[in-house]
Design a protein around this ligand. Sequence first.
Ligand code: SAH
Length: 453
Amino acid sequence: MKEKSGCGLKKNDLFELTIEDIGSEGEGIGKYDGFTFFVKDAVTGDRIQAQVLKVNKNYGFAKVVRILTPSPQRVEPMCPVARQCGGCQLQHVSYAEQLRYKADKVKNCLVRIGGISEPCMESILGMEEPFYYRNKAQFPVGCDKNGEPVIGFYAGRTHHIIATETCCIQAKLNRCLMKTFRAFLKKYAIAPYHEEDGTGLVRHVLTRIGFATGEVMVCPVINGNSMPHATELVEMLQQAVEQYQKEEQYQQEEKYQTEEQHRREEPYRQAKQESTVYHLTSVCFNINKEKTNVILGERIVPFFGETYITDYIGDVCFRISPLSFYQVNPIQTKVLYEQALTYAGLTGEETVWDLYCGIGTISLFLAGRAKKVYGVEIVPQAISDARENAKLNGINNAEFFVGAAEEVLPEQYKKSGGTMRADVIVVDPPRKGCAESLLDTIVAMEPDRVVYV
Ligand code: SAH
């Protein structure tokens, strides 16, 4: 007989639980007799009937059988496949609660890891409506049970594709792009890639949309050197974008029937990209023949238009290619960069270092208010994009270095004999954070302000 765990429950047992917190994966956390359970799809404040999935020595996993008393923070997800799809973890939680949870997560890091007992925090800056905001999508392509092409997102922790052409965090235009792309695959009998044996052609479809410019890129990722019927693909996509544009315009006109209403709501329309005119400006192919989970290969084959789109953040224009890192939520990017600008407190006299600068977005956003900006980034292509972007905007007080931030900054500092100064240092590292050697150099340089994005 299997031994009972510390909580006195075993697999499949039913019990009641009150959810008290959200875990790092968005799951609900509750305590049964002092023993912690993690429960997917449960919300802080729910009283549930749960069933044990697994018990470890100090904690267990359970699933929701029935919601006895729903939390006031529980909402109906907008997306019909929110539970199955691995994309969103918190759609069943009100946005206000999501923001509270995120702010709390940052606070906990500062307290527990940083050892700051009472961090001084400003309130989190959320968006008005957290839907239809993503400017980049990477949809996996596969086959369903009947061998028909399916496009969507992976279910949590698997590579089973959930058809999600109507994803409601992506730009709405993606629905029509994906519908068209699937119709194209079907019409010309083009095989999706099979992960198991490495056969088939189409692995993913990447789309990028310039919310400010309306420029649209479609970049299929293929396990081969070329896409058959690519000309027909471009035609189908162009027609689809035009059709979408017409329908949108018609809907908008219905919505804003009077001139007066139209005039009054114009600024609002602009903020929501309702007045953007979409047009297909780039169809290119990314070649990836490796047996790997990495989505993009290194080679881009141009086919129609440019191999980049342009977009604006504030007044600064950027060229974005399929492989470049570019913030995915353009509405919040502006909020974020403006906050960084405020914290940087620039007057026009400052020397600024922007470490982990990508294609130079923050550097160029700050350059107009600083004397000199230096950007550092490890990906050479991103630095050539950053230099191009500087030229494109007529910015000549920004200089870029290729290399690891933890090498470039210490080297430059050493080369100057320890005399190099910065007024402001901005860091925007990937998840693992900054290397200690970099932090040591930042401390040694004694900048007036450090802005950690
Ligand atoms: N600030 C930019 C990019 C942030 S993403 C923006 O807002 O658009 C983080 C960037 O750090 C990526 O472009 C990544 O390529 C780069 N990077 C990762 N490790 C690095 C390192 N050790 N040194 C410098 N750059 C690094």
